[in-house]
Design a protein around this ligand. Structure first.
Ligand SMILES: NC(=O)c1ccc[n+]([C@@H]2O[C@H](COP(=O)([O-])OP(=O)(O)OC[C@H]3O[C@@H](n4cnc5c(N)ncnc54)[C@H](OP(=O)(O)O)[C@@H]3O)[C@@H](O)[C@H]2O)c1
Length: 322
């Protein structure tokens, strides 16, 4: 049982979702500046032992000194980010499950200011747990790249956690989404609101030109790898490329002239700010956003859950229910 410190609450975990970062953190796959192959967590070295899991929904069962008693008993969504300072737009510099213990457990002690009351949300605990890392990251990308109404945006990794969230959130803002995806996932992405899909197994360049003949206003990318070099020329003048992941390769060559000659912006995006997370929590309370749950596993089967995550045939989020 974790100890509840001053200013903290004890949360009984109802659901905790899986993310790619659980696997990359376990493997130390983030590299270090100048040493891309070095074993490291996303912010550098990791202290052990460590309970992973950045996505937590649950019930507050106890409060520490200084926290109002009536917080106990509330159903909450936990913001997993540690921020650089107290401002609403402070950058994230840590994550539950990486820099502190997370939600792959029956109980977790967290700072009280990171729990958001979800008593009135129509979302299930599993749907809530699907939100923080994937939808938080997607929200951060859309906000930082100012992707909005009427814009044509390509989403990569579209069937994955962050990608699917990007499709749903961008559509909800009135953007026209073209989804890059593999396998037989196109129908589910269209159902989620994508106007067109491009298969990364076929002839993506031709399909992309057909799907966005006037070019792209923005690319929301979690794949990286060869896609930057291939798709950058498809951005209209003044377009934005926002990147938050590198599942297709981290170290890439690309033609800088395509960037500066067209006044393009390349934007790195990690997780979310407090302001972004507050927007997400508001959507969860209103129930206007319904994440897609691909499968559920008990905590005792977390190895099977990570193996399924790795296979990558699922669409949406895999959730652990302790
Ligand atoms: N910066 C941050 O704050 C942050 C936060 C969360 C995640 N991330 C990063 O974002 C990436 C995605 O995370 P996730 O949790 O969404 O993972 P995920 O659920 O595994 O989704 C990744 C998706 O990428 C696609 N993909 C796989 N291999 C690919 C390839 N070779 N080329 C193009 N697409 C490929 C697949 O979708 P399709 O089959 O539909 O193409 C897959 O479902 C990871 O690199 C993760 O570390 C970053």
């Amino acid at each position: 049982m974790p100890q509840v410190g001053p200013g903290q609450v004890l949360v009984r975990v109802s659901a905790a979702a899986l993310n790619n970062t659980d696997i990359w953190t376990r493997e130390g796959a983030y590299g270090l500046p100048g040493r891309p192959d070095a074993k490291a967590g996303w912010r550098g070295p990791i202290d052990f032992p460590r309970v992973q899991g950045g996505d937590i929904a649950g019930i507050v069962t106890a409060v520490g000194a200084g926290v109002p008693e009536d917080v106990a008993g509330r159903r909450v969504l936990v913001d997993p980010a540690f921020y650089a300072d107290g401002h609403d737009d402070a950058v994230p510099v840590g994550l539950l499950g990486s820099e502190a213990d997370g939600g792959f457990a029956t109980y977790v002690a967290v700072d009280a200011d990171r729990v958001h009351d979800m008593s009135d949300s129509p979302l299930s605990d599993e749907e809530l747990a699907a939100l923080p890392v994937a939808y938080g990251t997607a929200m951060g990308m859309l906000e930082r790249a100012h992707i909005g109404e009427g814009e044509t945006v390509l989403v990569t990794g579209a069937s994955g956690g962050v990608g699917f969230a990007l499709v749903q959130l961008a559509v909800a803002r009135g953007a026209r989404v073209v989804a890059l995806t593999g396998g037989a996932k196109a129908a589910a992405l269209r159902q989620a609101g994508a106007a067109a899909t491009v298969s990364r197994d076929g002839d993506p360049a031709r399909e992309l030109r057909a799907a966005a003949p006037g070019g792209l206003d923005a690319v929301a990318d979690v794949a990286g790898g060869p896609w930057l070099e291939r798709v950058l020329p498809e951005l209209r003048d003044g377009g934005r490329w926002v990147i938050a992941g590198a599942v297709a390769g981290a170290v890439v060559p690309f033609d800088l002239r395509r960037l500066y000659l067209h006044n393009l912006s390349l934007i790195g995006s990690s997780m979310h700010t407090r302001a972004h997370f507050a927007k997400l929590a508001e959507l969860a309370r209103a129930g206007t956003l319904r994440p897609r749950i691909a499968a559920r596993y008990p905590l005792s089967a977390i190895h099977d859950a990570q193996a399924e995550f790795r296979r990558g045939t699922h669409i949406g989020k895999l959730v652990i229910t302790p």
